[in-house]
Structures are given as structure tokens and as C-alpha cells.
Design a protein around this ligand. Structure first.
Ligand code: M6P
Ligand code: ZN
Length: 191
């Protein structure tokens, strides 16, 4: 096991910027166009408006081994693809028995979760919300506000990201704008 020296990272709550990020990852519409329910609208935006930035992740780089605790920020820009709010890809942990903690830094979002057994949960997060993603729950975050939604995440290094299951099946629940309000609806395309 690596013996690391302690360190502190300064976090900008409004932007999620880290003072010394180990990595910065950007997801644009083209990286996830087919994940939105209105794929025709994804294609139209890509053709007419360009490849908009949906979210950015900034994290510390740690060895993937037992006992290391990676942490990062995620900033989701405001906006929608059709009725569906900007969101992360979402994932199960490759090691399903690993959980995660999210802490809201700014803006307003939803944390959409589900299990492979068919349970679903959609929680609202604002600045100051500490949200627990238990083991076995897939998780996706959605920006339901008019400004950036920024949150901090902490997990166990060996959890791993399983994107393939969500890419194949999607989430059971979508968060869309209906009558001007964020509304949770069933995903007509689920599996
Ligand atoms: C959170 C954490 C990260 C994750 C990020 C973006 O900050 O869960 O591990 O990478 O959200 O979500 P995704 O990986 O699903 O695109
Ligand atoms: Zn996770």
C-alpha cells in the first residue's frame, strides 16, 4: 500500500474548481447524446448550436487500492435537452458493495438512484445537503436550477465505475420540466 503524505485542497463552492486538480474531465453533449430521451433534439443541438459542455469533474488523483478515499467536485451547467435537464451519465459501482457520499456546494439538483432489484429514489440536493448513496444503488445527478449545480463526492478507491449497464438500460426515472416545474417521470425507453 502507498504511504501518502496528508494534503489539503481548496474548493471553490461556486464553480467546483480545485486548487490543484489531479484530473479535470469534461463531458459534452456528443459524449452522451443517446442518453437523453429526446435524441432528435440532441442531434439538432449538435448540428445547429455545437457541442455544449454538460458537466465537468475535478478530482484528486489517488492510487486505486484498499483504504484510499478519492474525492472530486462535479459542476453541471444549467439547461435542458428537450424537456430533460442536463445530467451526468450515471453509473453503478463496478464493486456493487461500495457506497458514496455527495455534498451539495451550490445550485440545485436531483440525485436519481436505482437498484438492479427495481427500487428507485430521487432526492433533491441544495448547498449543504449531504446525500448518501448506499451500496448497490446506481446514481446520476441532474441540474434542475437556473445556475450551475455543484457538489462534492467521496468514495472508496476500488469502487470503480460501471457505465455499461446504464448505457444499455438507462435509468427507470427521468427528471423533466413539466408546467415549468422539475418533474420525475417514468423512462419510456427503460430496457
Ligand atoms: C460524482 C462521482 C464521480 C463521478 C461524477 C460524474 O462526482 O460519482 O465518481 O465521476 O459524479 O458522474 P459520472 O461518472 O456518472 O459521469
Ligand atoms: Zn459513484
Amino acid at each position: 500500500m502507498n504511504h501518502l503524505a496528508p494534503f489539503v485542497t481548496e474548493v471553490d463552492f461556486a464553480t467546483g474548481a480545485l486548487s490543484a486538480p489531479g484530473y479535470v474531465l469534461q463531458r459534452r453533449l456528443s459524449d452522451m447524446a443517446s442518453m437523453y430521451a429526446d435524441s432528435a433534439e440532441s442531434a439538432r443541438i449538435l448540428a445547429e448550436e455545437g457541442d455544449r459542455l454538460i458537466y465537468e469533474v475535478q478530482g484528486v488523483e489517488l492510487p486505486v487500492e484498499e483504504g484510499q478515499i478519492p474525492h472530486c467536485t462535479t459542476r453541471i451547467s444549467p439547461g435542458r435537452i428537450g424537456a430533460e435537464y442536463h445530467m451526468t451519465k450515471g453509473h453503478y459501482h463496478a464493486r456493487r458493495e461500495q457506497g458514496e457520499v455527495y455534498f451539495g456546494l451550490s445550485g440545485r439538483g436531483c440525485l436519481v438512484m436505482q437498484t438492479e432489484a427495481g427500487e428507485t429514489s430521487v432526492q433533491t440536493m441544495v448547498a449543504g445537503s449531504a446525500a448518501y448513496v448506499p451500496p448497490f444503488w446506481a446514481h446520476r445527478t441532474v441540474n434542475i436550477g437556473d445556475e450551475d449545480f455543484v457538489f462534492f463526492s467521496v468514495w472508496e478507491a476500488r469502487a470503480g465505475h460501471d457505465y455499461g449497464t446504464i448505457e444499455r438500460d438507462g435509468f427507470r426515472k427521468l427528471v423533466v420540466r413539466r408546467d415549468g416545474q422539475p418533474t420525475v417521470v417514468d423512462n419510456p425507453r427503460y430496457r
